[in-house]
Write a protein that binds this ligand. Structure first.
Ligand SMILES: [Zn+2]
Length: 85
């Protein structure tokens, strides 16, 4: 399963060859400069997004341009990720 953020970034989770990895477009910006951090959380194996207008400032929101908050659960996933060891 892959997560696509149209126009900004993508994280590939289902490769049979590579560990999860992120790609970012360098010629566009989400405005909040949070796309890399968003994709890195996906690379922990979590393809989900935070849905809902009240959560639009969450890093894992699908809404771009306003992401500034992160859940402790996502921080914990980052700390345990393969790339953090
Ligand atoms: Zn995403």
């Amino acid at each position: 399963m892959a997560c696509f953020q149209p126009g900004h970034g993508v994280t590939k989770l289902d490769s049979n060859v590579w560990l999860p990895y992120c790609c970012l477009r360098t010629n566009t910006s989400a405005g909040d400069f949070a796309t890399l951090a968003h994709e890195i959380v996906h690379a922990t194996g979590d393809a989900r997004h935070i849905i809902g207008g009240a959560q639009r400032t969450n890093l894992m929101s699908e809404v771009t341009g306003q992401r500034a908050d992160i859940y402790k659960a996502h921080i914990d996933r980052l700390a345990k990720a393969y790339f953090a060891k």
